[in-house]
Design a protein around this ligand. Sequence first.
Ligand SMILES: Nc1nc2c(c(=O)[nH]1)N[C@H]1C(S)=C(S)[C@@H](COP(=O)(O)OP(=O)(O)OC[C@H]3O[C@@H](n4cnc5c(=O)[nH]c(N)nc54)[C@H](O)[C@@H]3O)O[C@H]1N2
Ligand SMILES: Nc1nc2c(c(=O)[nH]1)N[C@H]1C(S)=C(S)[C@@H](COP(=O)(O)OP(=O)(O)OC[C@H]3O[C@@H](n4cnc5c(=O)[nH]c(N)nc54)[C@H](O)[C@@H]3O)O[C@H]1N2
Ligand code: SF4
Ligand SMILES: [Mo]
Length: 711
Amino acid sequence: MNQHAPIRIGHSACPHDCPSTCALDVEVVDGKIGRLHGAKENSYTAGVICAKVARYAERIHHPERLLKPLVRAGAKGEGKWKEASWDAALDLIAEKFEAAEAKHGSESVWPYYYAGTMGLVQRDGIHRLRHAKKYSGFFDTICTNLAWTGWVMGAGALTGVDPREMAKSDCVVIWGTNAVVTQVNVMTHAVRARKERGAKIVVIDVYDNATMKQADLALILKPGTDGALACAVMHVLFRDGFADRAYLEKYTDDPKGLEAHLVAKTPEWAASITGLSIAEIETLARLVGETKRTFFRLGYGFTRSRNGAANMHAALSIPAVTGAWQYEGGGAFHSNSDIFKLDKTELEGRRFLDPKIRHLDQSRIGPILTSDPSALNGGPPVTAMLIQNTNPANVAPEQRLVKQGFLRDDLFTAVHEHFMTDTAMLADVVIPATMFLEHDDIYRGGGQSHIVLGPKVVDAPEGPKTNHFVIEELAKRLGVAGLPGFGLTERQHIDKMLEKRGLGTFETFSEERWSDMQLDFEKAHFLSGFGHSGGKFRFKPDWIATVSPNKPPKSIGLQGNWAGLPAFPDHVELIESADPAHPFRMATSPARSFLNSSFTEMPTSRKKEGRPELMLHPDDAGALGITDGDRIEIGNERGEVVLNAKLFDGVKRGVVIAEGIWPNGSHERGEGINVLTGSDAAAPYGGAAFHDTKVWLRPAPPAGPPATSLG
Ligand SMILES: Nc1nc2c(c(=O)[nH]1)N[C@H]1C(S)=C(S)[C@@H](COP(=O)(O)OP(=O)(O)OC[C@H]3O[C@@H](n4cnc5c(=O)[nH]c(N)nc54)[C@H](O)[C@@H]3O)O[C@H]1N2
Ligand SMILES: Nc1nc2c(c(=O)[nH]1)N[C@H]1C(S)=C(S)[C@@H](COP(=O)(O)OP(=O)(O)OC[C@H]3O[C@@H](n4cnc5c(=O)[nH]c(N)nc54)[C@H](O)[C@@H]3O)O[C@H]1N2
Ligand code: SF4
Ligand SMILES: [Mo]
């Protein structure tokens, strides 16, 4: 980069799958990207972004970036490719989709996508093609299902207190989110409360992570036991006179029933389940009881268990008992996803949606691709796929099944990517994608309240094309390009969504950069009632009838597995409990310098993360004859993986933590951590329990001949 060339500042939004959706200032020098900064004038971003995105230059100008369409030239997964023109690659994909449809019907094609980009146009346009062609539906369960469902069961809407209000709290409870790592902006506002008001910060997690280092009260519990903690806290609140009975009477469904139910949920009871001491539980209860302005910032991590929806509902019930919702800086927040209301009907081609077409569960891709009849939902095998913005061969549970599926000879897979990911390695065709600074899009922040515009900042290199281009070009080849909703540019789609919402146009938004959609105080605090009919917070969830954004479409067949879900907040043993053959429980918590599998290609990120490791308690290691750095084999019925032991006393005995989703090829046998995680659909309607896995550990046998590495 020429040091004397003038620096231009472009504006954008971070497209990655992170609740923060930071507004960005982007340095551009000589048409190349320099440092990225958080927009200071955005009241949520407040000038702060994470380090991995600040060094985006390393990702966008990466020497291994995909620049040419590639067609498989050897066996699947062998890594032999020949270059192709865009026309040839798109013709081939269209031809294979037509052939699949001719043989097994349109449902044998399964467009598969996720939130590698959160831009609405580039991410969600794939549905336009899906619906127009009656391809199999996509039930997106992998991330938000358990968390959102649990929240909505209680509050009735996926909204909550303005996250900036944390700065006005006297106590911030950061529960099951490693915010320092996964959404750093939470800390900006929480730490402001401590600096300006002497607020206490509480962190509840399964290990002593980076966020816990910031805590005044640090609680390390066993995975999947948060419901027990929440119940004991509420037991103490009722017992010691901290329950706000007037609030309970006015705003909740059955406070007397709850109080009676909680009589047996003592701190002793919860201590035996959570591994916390009675004193720790009493301290938390007293703190949130005495501190009316307590802000519960509830994350995703503690819901990635088979009882995760119930645990979210239980934690969310606490502020309804204290009445914290009534106070500025008090109440709870998880996601604002319900406030934006941008109309995607046209973008997603919803008018073509045929309710008879089957849906397939994203998280069950392993059983689906290996043609497990229960996962195929009564339909034909999947024989053709287009994959955008996601890397299921690495991130999806039950990885051995996923890979076995991708290796099927009768499956055609096209992957649209930035890099040769584990999934791209298994494809038949790989096409190169633009990055967010090279295309137009619009974003909404689930973890905050802004809609942020992301206009194109620089030209893409020769080769990569947008997701939008690929969908439109396939539509032409598949005979649906004449249908309404096709043939528009990205900007036209953005204009339509903004205009319908009364927010102007792409043009006017380019000046404003973002729009703050925050609900007013009364609505955000549910002071005019919660989202359910009747307006009450529900301590007694209606797991079946409640309308929830995660409820599966009827055609998925999976109509709810509520067996075992509790009538009132509770601890339920739906988790993969340890047993004599599997004495440990594993959580796969996020790594700071990766974002799921993204950024694993960046040299700085890899250097910072070191190597795939398993954190375990020194006493557990001692009992197994394992010392720090030893190779250790970890397994269950689904498979085995070798990691290096990292002795660590910030975790309960019997609990182990594997941080980060390393590329499969970074592991000794070419298989990643998701070999061990389960793809069974968690109650009530599915979702992946990534932090809920029983395992055995043993010193690893000597490394054999190198396994076939897939990445
Ligand atoms: N650096 C980085 N940032 C990320 C990501 C990343 O991988 N890396 N991922 C992005 C994505 S897709 C998402 S959805 C968000 C998710 O962000 P978060 O809401 O933070 O959720 P998780 O990353 O799943 O886990 C958060 C914490 O939950 C803890 N945890 C696991 N099980 C339990 C439990 O039973 N109880 C409690 N109390 N805690 C538990 C984990 O140890 C971890 O510290 O982050 C996004 N941001
Ligand atoms: N063990 C374990 N597994 C997990 C989790 C966990 O905590 N533990 N977390 C889970 C969660 S919460 C999630 S959300 C999933 C996420 O998993 P994924 O959806 O696979 O997310 P990423 O790994 O970030 O991969 C996104 C891919 O999209 C590509 N991409 C980005 N932008 C674009 C674009 O504009 N166009 C195209 N065509 N491609 C693009 C990136 O290069 C990247 O390879 O992983 C899940 N897997
Ligand atoms: S904190 Fe999240 S939204 Fe902000 S720059 Fe980093 S990854 Fe993007
Ligand atoms: Mo996620």
